[in-house]
Design a protein around this ligand. Structure first.
Ligand code: UDP
Ligand code: MG
Length: 321
């Protein structure tokens, strides 16, 4: 590759059946990266495409020594392909962007300006989003949930274009979990984050790979990956229902035996059902709590992240756990 020259910026592009977009993306990306005046590379990841995406990328790789091409053995999904690209990038700054030209590579110099200004992560906020309504409305709700779960408020977690410093990429490489939401995890790692407004464009070739089911899967990954709150809610629901059942039952007993009121079978049965359903929920909640603990252990996330280690013998900025 760049004959020993260090790479400053790596553009990482996950691709799944993007033969229509790739040639144009390459041209736009190259122009944008040249404009930065910094040494750069492009890392194209083919996520098991069934069209000619891989051949096209291989051709680019042969004629341009700034292109790295990584081919996955099958389709692993957008987030896995992005992670693979990040692992293969060597730049001091890594820019993630989609292959479908919905992100405008011409925004890259603006992202780099913010990195130069000292930010660790620069996120993008799509203006005039060119996606169908069934995507944009739920996306607002998911964005709100993500802000709450990660504690980092952003306008647009759904935008996959972003720039991050090498140290963020390295932190990300320590995550071992299988079901990952890259955008959310980047927030979880901490650091100085800012957001810029970017243009969003229509998808010109092919169509979105996300359908309702895959978006729901991603949202569940996001929620269960960041908190055990859903499990706790089940537990609380159990406590409330059984309490309600017990109070109701006591009330009925008093009514029957103190005041001698005749009770219909339905009322008694309802109280009994409440008690047992409540106990069931409670049991589920307790089990959930244990499963939640196993779950966080199995994820094996780093327990803490040290910002930097100062030593007279070695360079600062190194990270240790
Ligand atoms: N992508 C991928 N693997 C997949 C699905 C998508 O690498 O299994 C890539 C895709 O080629 C594109 C990016 O991820 O570069 C975003 O995908 P898409 O445009 O379908 O998502 P949307 O813009 O609709 O959120
Ligand atoms: Mg897209």
């Amino acid at each position: 590759m760049q004959s020993g020259q260090e790479v400053f910026v790596s553009a990482v592009v996950p691709m799944f059946n993007e033969e229509g977009s790739l040639p144009e993306l390459y041209r736009e990306l190259k122009a944008a990266l040249e404009a930065t005046g910094k040494p750069y590379e492009m890392v194209f990841v083919d996520d098991g495409s069934t069209d000619s995406t891989a051949e096209l990328a291989l051709n680019l790789c042969e004629k341009d020594d700034r292109v790295t091409f990584v081919k996955l053995s099958r389709n692993f999904g957008h987030h896995s392909a992005s992670t693979c690209g990040m692992d293969h990038a060597r730049g001091e700054v890594v820019v993630l962007l989609d292959a479908d030209l919905q992100n405008d590579p011409a925004d890259i110099p603006r992202l780099l300006e913010k990195i130069d200004a000292g930010y660790d992560v620069v996120r993008c906020w799509r203006q005039g989003r060119k996606d169908p309504v069934w995507r944009t409305i739920p996306s607002k709700f998911v964005n709100w949930l993500t802000c709450r779960a990660t504690g980092v408020k952003l306008h647009d977690y759904g935008c996959s274009m972003l720039a991050m410093r090498r140290r963020v990429v390295e932190r990300m490489s320590r995550f071992t979990e299988r079901n990952r939401h890259v955008s959310g995890l980047i927030s979880w790692t901490g650091g100085k984050v800012c957001e810029i407004k970017v243009r969003h464009r229509e998808r010109r070739h092919g169509k979105s790979r996300y359908n309702f089911a895959s978006l729901l899967r991603l949202t569940v990954n996001l929620m269960t990956g960041f908190s055990t709150l859903p499990l706790q809610i089940v537990g609380v629901l159990g406590i409330l229902t059984s309490l309600l059942g017990f109070v109701g039952a006591i009330y009925l007993v008093i009514k029957r035996y103190v005041y001698g009121v005749d009770l219909s079978g339905v009322v008694v049965a309802t109280a009994v059902i409440f008690v047992f359903v409540g106990i069931n929920f409670l049991a589920l909640g307790i089990m959930g709590e244990y499963i939640g603990r196993i779950f966080t252990e199995v994820q094996a996330r780093p327990y803490y992240i040290v910002e930097s280690v100062f030593s007279r013998k070695r360079a600062t900025g190194e990270e240790q756990q």
